[in-house]
Design a protein around this ligand. Structure first.
Ligand code: HEC
Length: 153
């Protein structure tokens, strides 16, 4: 739980694929900035996936699997991006419930990882299988955000 060393490891694991470039922006290298960057990756993947799910973009099995892989990778590292001391700063939208209900938060991240991993397996198997997998994955976003994210603005 909440170990800075594990946080560094998660960054090392995820860095190559997800945060290249942006993490070195000046004055923005803390955990809150990193997890926001990760979440933006997830948001970008979901935008592409939802376009395909709704038929606004042509279904592309490879793009589908790639999108789910991105989400899976971020979900796997997510709990390590909330070390103690990162409750504030970088205009974080992380809710205090993350730290007061740590096990619940980790369970929510694990759920996303599990659903994304399943979607990696099935999401390339035709439009209907993809749509079903996408619904499962996308259901996690609101569930976690409702409890563990404070919406600013
Ligand atoms: C386990 C909890 C959890 C799950 C699941 C989750 N999120 Fe998030 N998300 C967060 C938290 C916490 C923040 C706020 C992070 C911060 O500001 O420090 C956030 C922030 C975001 C942001 C704003 C990033 C920024 O600062 O610009 C986007 C976009 C986002 N999430 C998209 C998604 C999408 C899409 C999904 C579903 C595929 C998802 N999230 C699933 C916890 C979660």
């Amino acid at each position: 739980m909440k170990k800075p060393a594990a946080y560094g490891l998660a960054l090392a694991l995820l860095g190559a694929t997800a945060i290249t470039g942006t993490v070195h922006a000046q004055d923005a290298t803390g955990p809150a900035f990193d997890r926001q960057t990760m979440m933006k990756q997830v948001g970008g993947a979901v935008r592409i996936l939802s376009g395909m799910a709704r038929g606004e973009a042509e279904y592309d099995p490879e793009a589908a699997v790639l999108g789910f892989r991105t989400i899976q990778a971020v979900a796997a590292g997510l709990p390590y991006l909330f070390p103690e001391g990162s409750e504030t700063g970088d205009e974080t939208e992380a809710a205090p419930a993350i730290w007061s209900d740590w096990d619940g938060f980790v369970a929510a991240a694990n759920e996303l990882e599990t659903d994304a991993a399943a979607a990696v397996e099935t999401g390339g198997g035709g439009l209907e299988a993809f749509q079903a997998a996408f619904m499962e994955v996308a259901g996690n976003c609101r569930t976690c955000h409702e409890t563990y994210r404070i919406k600013r603005e």
